[in-house]
Design a protein around this ligand. Structure first.
Ligand code: SAM
Length: 230
């Protein structure tokens, strides 16, 4: 039995914390009891099982630890997740969005196989084997309007992929959370220059950056943008 006290995160629903402000650890309540997705630590606390959420493995956890102003999570969101990989972050979103749904798009065969395995008992996750560059190709698999698009794809044209998907699926009041990896766009230019370019592309196509969070502490050459339609 763990001695660690687990508390509600002061801002984000269904996210939990332990430790001091300086050494905060994040958790979600495990929807798939007894099972891990990426070797994360499981903890029992007051008859619930929690999974530790590693900010070095998940940019969404890194973002939350960097304390964005906007509280962008609620338990009933429908989420389109681009670049699902084997489901590290999606599994935590699945714990958080208890009344919502997550469509996870991934184009690598090996990763989608692992994603299906890792989420088969999670009824709010729908894995989609598709290329995020072509949003119309998975329209038949998406049954609801989308409140939150989360994108973490290692592609040179990250802003364009995010815009094309947002134009296609995002609610007028929805939010795009875009992890920008400068190294995938250009490995020679300075990261700051690339971030500015990506922001400009979004703004020129009718989007507004509401927050820009540097997560370099956890993921080298990454920022996360919170973006809305103008
Ligand atoms: C950095 S990993 C994502 C990690 C994941 N977001 C997590 O936190 O668990 C990037 C993923 O995007 C996928 N990807 C890259 N380009 C893609 C595309 N055009 N369509 C779909 N998936 C793509 C890669 O195969 C890889 O699995």
């Amino acid at each position: 039995m763990s001695q660690i006290e687990i508390k509600n995160h002061p801002k984000f629903c269904n996210v939990f914390t332990s430790g001091s402000k300086e050494k905060l650890r994040l958790y979600t309540r495990n929807r798939d009891k007894g099972n891990r997705v990426y070797g994360e630590r499981l903890l029992e606390y007051k008859e619930n099982e929690y999974r530790e959420w590693d900010p070095f493995r998940s940019k969404l956890a890194a973002l939350i630890l960097e304390n964005p102003i906007n509280n962008f999570l609620s338990d009933d969101l429908s989420c389109l997740y681009l670049g699902a990989s084997s489901g590290t972050t999606i599994s935590h979103l699945s714990d958080i969005l208890t009344n919502g749904i997550i469509y996870g798009v991934e184009f690598a065969e090996r990763s989608i196989r692992q994603l299906i395995q890792n989420t088969s008992r999670r009824k709010n996750v729908i894995p989609i084997f598709a290329d995020a560059r072509y949003p119309d190709e998975y329209a038949k698999s998406i049954f609801s309007k989308i409140d939150l698009i989360y994108q973490d794809v290692s592609q040179p044209n990250q802003a364009e992929i995010a815009i094309d998907n947002s134009n296609y699926y995002l609610n007028e009041k929805g939010l795009l959370v875009l992890a920008v990896k400068s190294q995938s766009i250009d490995s020679v230019q300075k990261s700051e220059y690339i971030y500015a370019q990506e922001k400009k592309i979004l703004e020129n196509r009718g989007y507004k950056i509401i927050e820009s969070i540097n997560i370099h502490k956890y993921a080298a050459n990454h920022i996360v943008l919170l973006v809305k339609k103008r």
